[in-house]
Write a protein that binds this ligand. Structure first.
Ligand code: ADP
Length: 504
């Protein structure tokens, strides 16, 4: 480690806000800047962002974080970039002008296309090549939709006039003043266009999606030496890049096989590090690139992960607050849940936008069941919190079934992981220890650490892992019998939300 103070700036481009966090070489936060931006919902199921607003808010955050810390660009050793992952953009190579709004990961407009490919029997091939499923979530399906709607754009793309990218590509394009068109391998692994085994664009997938290769960025590692891609116009090299969930996995020190983290935010994202071999799920979890780097002898080393996501987690609390007016702040939910002994037998399944892993039923819709005349506000609030833990437990059970050995500990982060009651209930339900770190900003920390590795501030991944400090351990208190009966009641509630019941 350097004797001089070293600073790393994490560019954390999220779904609802842009942020920048400066860390010192010990992994401590020096300053934070955040700016929200607008969400556009042009049609039901569609979600868009303004690419220029993303860049402007991110620029503001970079400069504000430096000003708050009293640092000049030459005092920052490197940028680490982490971003909302499957959101896609398309812009003109010469002018840099976006030709369309950013189509956000939540956007479902490519649903019919995915359905058609599934009906044509492509899903097994897609899973084998990409580790993913045919779902509108993934960015390549959104680009395919755009080209189908507007074939002239496909034509221009084939002639090399347009650039496709995820948010990391867009930010690097801007940071380097249009000199570099790249994507990191963890982001590329979410496009449905990358071959998961060799980490390169996959021609069969490009043919299926009808996307010309000329539009695609160059795939680069998540850990980069200075000079591997162009230096930013501020003179700060970009030496770390990863999708937000992968960066959080790294920030949680999941550097060896079998360590998993769950991020409790609007949704929940659980990832387990599985090492240098792809682990194929038998339970409809995703296989994905965690991060990639060059070994000392110049070989490509890809770390893989298994992933399962929950679409509505903290968002269930937002629903209680904004639509039902049952709470004023998400934070209140903790005391309210603890004020009753149980939910009185009621279960909330917040399948507002379908259910994700391991069910993947886009047509499922939410349900509140088991209510009686005695069901009150506290029961409902407790049921909403429990739903976060139940859904996460389902993903973890699927992961355990796919993994080499069962998980012993779950590392947690994200806004709702601050809720002690929820974390205790999660430990009780799973029968494993829940481990919460001091720094809940694992995503930004992970991006800064990847950048620190690239620019040589940190010697190796072990040095990064040592920075993680535990704030609190939640150990299981509930009997396994009680946990199992809770879980089976939940599962029967979920069954009732599935679309085949709605269609019956
Ligand atoms: P994101 O990055 O997805 O925007 P955050 O990690 O900032 O999310 O977490 C915010 C989410 O967590 C919101 O949905 C909010 O309802 C929920 N949340 C925040 N604090 C708590 C809490 N103490 N208990 C339960 N949920 C919470």
């Amino acid at each position: 480690m350097n004797a001089q103070p070293a600073y790393l700036l994490a560019i954390d481009q999220g779904t609802t806000s842009s942020r920048s966090i400066i860390f010192n070489e010990l992994g401590h936060i020096v300053s934070v800047a955040q700016k929200p931006f607008r969400q556009f919902y042009p049609q039901p199921g569609w979600v868009e962002h303004d690419p220029l607003e993303i860049w402007e808010t991110q620029q503001y955050c970079i400069h504000t974080a430096m000003t708050k810390a009293g640092l000049k660009p030459h005092q920052i050793q490197a940028f680490g970039i982490t971003n909302q992952r499957e959101t896609m953009l398309l812009w003109e190579r010469t002018s840099g002008r976006p030709v369309h709004a950013a189509i956000v990961w939540q956007d479902r407009r490519s649903s019919a296309l995915c359905q058609r490919w599934r009906e044509q029997g492509h899903e097994a091939m897609v899973q084998e090549r990409t580790g993913l499923l045919l779902d509108p979530y993934f960015s390549g399906t959104k680009l395919a939709w755009l080209f189908q709607q507007n074939p002239a754009l496909r034509q221009r793309a084939a002639q090399g006039e347009l650039c496709f990218g995820t948010i990391d590509s867009w930010l690097i394009w801007q940071l380097t003043d249009k000199r570099d068109h790249v994507i990191d391998r963890s982001n590329a692994s979410r496009t449905l266009m990358m071959n998961l085994s060799n980490g390169q664009w996959d021609e069969t997938m490009l043919a299926l999606l009808d996307i010309p290769q000329a539009v695609l960025p160059r795939i680069v590692n998540s850990v980069l030496q200075p000079g591997e891609i162009c230096t930013s116009t501020l003179g700060i090299p970009i030496t770390g890049i990863a999708g937000d969930q992968q960066a959080a996995l790294f920030g949680q020190a999941a550097i060896s096989t079998g360590i998993a983290k769950n991020t409790y935010g609007t949704g929940c994202f659980m990832l387990m590090q599985v090492g240098n071999e792809i682990r194929r799920s038998k339970h409809r979890l995703l296989s994905t690139c965690a991060w990639s780097q060059s070994t000392s002898d110049g070989r490509l080393a890809i770390d893989y992960a298994l992933e399962g996501s929950v679409f509505v987690a903290g968002a269930a609390l937002q629903w209680l607050r904004d639509e039902l007016g049952l709470i004023n702040h998400a934070q209140e939910s903790e005391a309210i849940a603890a004020s009753v002994a149980d939910t009185g037998g009621c279960y909330l399944v917040p399948a507002f936008t379908g259910i994700g892993a391991p069910h993947w039923d886009p047509e499922a819709r939410g349900a509140l069941i088991g209510i009686t005349r005695g069901t009150n506000r506290a029961h409902l609030v407790r049921a909403a919190l429990e739903s976060i833990a139940f859904q996460s437990a389902e993903v973890l059970l699927a992961m355990n079934a796919d993994a080499a050995e069962p998980l012993k500990e779950l590392r947690v982060d994200g806004g709702a992981s601050a809720n002690d009651w929820l974390m205790q209930f999660q430990a009780d339900l799973l029968g494993v220890t829940v481990n919460r770190p001091v720094i809940l900003e694992s995503t930004a920390l992970g991006a800064a650490q990847l950048a620190g590795l690239g620019c040589g501030i940190f010697e190796n991944v072990q040095a990064c892992a040592k920075m993680r400090q535990t704030d609190r351990l939640f150990t299981p208190q509930m009997s396994r019998d009680e946990a199992h009966s809770h879980m089976s009641a939940w599962l029967s509630a979920v069954e009732r939300t599935k679309s085949r019941y709605a269609n019956a």
